[in-house]
Each structure stands twice: as structure tokens, then as C-alpha cells.
Design a protein. Sequence first.
Length: 283
Amino acid sequence: MSSTKEIAITVEGPAWPVPSLREPRYSQSLERGLAILSCFTPQRPVQGIADIADELGMSRSTTHRYVITLVALGYLEQGASRKYRLGLRVTDLGMSALNSTGLREHSHSYLEELRRRTGFTVSLSVLDGADIVYIDRARSFRRGQSMIDLDLQPGSRLPAYCTSMGKLLLAHLPVGERDERIAEMTLTKHGPNTIMSKSALRKELDDVFEFGLAVNDQELAPELYSISAPVRDGTREVLAAVNMATHSSMISLGELVDELGPHLISTADQISARLGYRREDEL
């Protein structure tokens, strides 16, 4: 009888630890294909055969064979520079994974209701590394909203440090993990008020944690205001963030926080309740 154990699989170079696999049934070909896809990150979205081969310790001919197969299946696509990027089939898988979490199912009706009551765009996202990933978005059709829409949709990614949802999610990480993620960030200017200092970012996250609401004052784009509130699960951990975004011509930032902040927090609490969260006064 075979036993389940920690094993290391070697692919023409480095050994990659693969936990809890039954060795006789392990597919090295599948591992290689998935390892190639994993080479493409937000920091390195476009790569050539040599880049991938060097990173994985595979020969270039073997790498090319796997890449061509992934292109044929739609998981990679080749650009004019003869380099490669992730294809739409990967996006489809990512959206299937996001949907499988149940977050979209639990939240969608609440986002739509808040959008209907306020007239502003409402979104839900989770943290993935140094980025946020949009899970759902209820888009406003009010005049002016299109100017700050940025063509965002479920599956879109943005840097966490210059978004209200990203700052809220970073603020609720354990301090050590938060510092590690900040250390790996490269702060780039996106809007007139983008935070460009890591020490200032840490101070901002401390304030967000204390206040319970995150604010974005034209940090992502000019004339864009947004506020975010936490969505918690049954263990009281912050799982996601919900936000409301508006053009600065429609409402002042102070009014957005004071008048609509309570409505946003109420929506976040309703979604959290669907995920098993109970406030302390309900326990």
C-alpha cells in the first residue's frame, strides 16, 4: 500500500516540493505546464522562451514545446514581440475560482441594492499579493460616473496601495505580513494624491485599521473618490472589501464619508452576515 508523503519533483534542474501527492500517479508533464503559467505575474506579465526556461531550469526546446501547446489551448498568447502573455482561458479559470468561493453569490444582490439607493458604483474585491482583484461590480449609470469607471470589471486587478479597498485589506493583515508585502511593493504615481512613501503608507494603514473605513482621495486617478468597508467571515477575519466610488463633481469627500459611509458599512455587514459573521453585540 503506497503512502502519502512530501516528495520533491525535479524538472531538468531545481527540485520543487509537492506535498501530499501519490508518487506513482504524479504527472510531471502537468507540473511543467502549470509551472510555466505560474511564471507570469503582475510584475512580469510578458516573457520569452529564454526567460521561462531560465527560471524553471528547463531546456529551451522543452520549454518551447510546452509553450506552443499552451498557446494552442488558449492559456498563453503570443504578441508581436514573439514573447508570450497569459491568454483568456486563464482568466476564465480565475473567474471560475472566484465564483466558487461563493462571495459573488452572497454579495451581488446587496451591491445592486446599494447602487440603486445611492446611484454610485459599488464593488467587491479580495487581496491577491500586492493587488486587489475585483469579484463583483454594480456599475452606476449616472452622468459623470463613466469618467472614473476605468473599464474595471470582475477579474480586473489594481495595485492595493492606491485603492481604498486595497488599503483596507492591507490594514487588516497581521503586522508582519503587512510589512512584508509593503517591502515588496514599488510605489508608482497613478493619481495626484498617490501615496509615494512606504512610511506614509504604513501610517495610513494604521489609521484605516483604527477608523474602520478606508478613503481614496484621487490616489488611483484624478477626480476619483472612494470609500471601503470590510467584509468578514464567520471567524471574524476580513475576507474582502466593498467600496463605493464617485466622481468628485458629484459629492464632496466629506459628504461621501459622513453621509454614505454608514450605508456602505451596513451593506458590508449584511454580506458578512451571509458568510457567518456576527457582531459582538449579537453574540
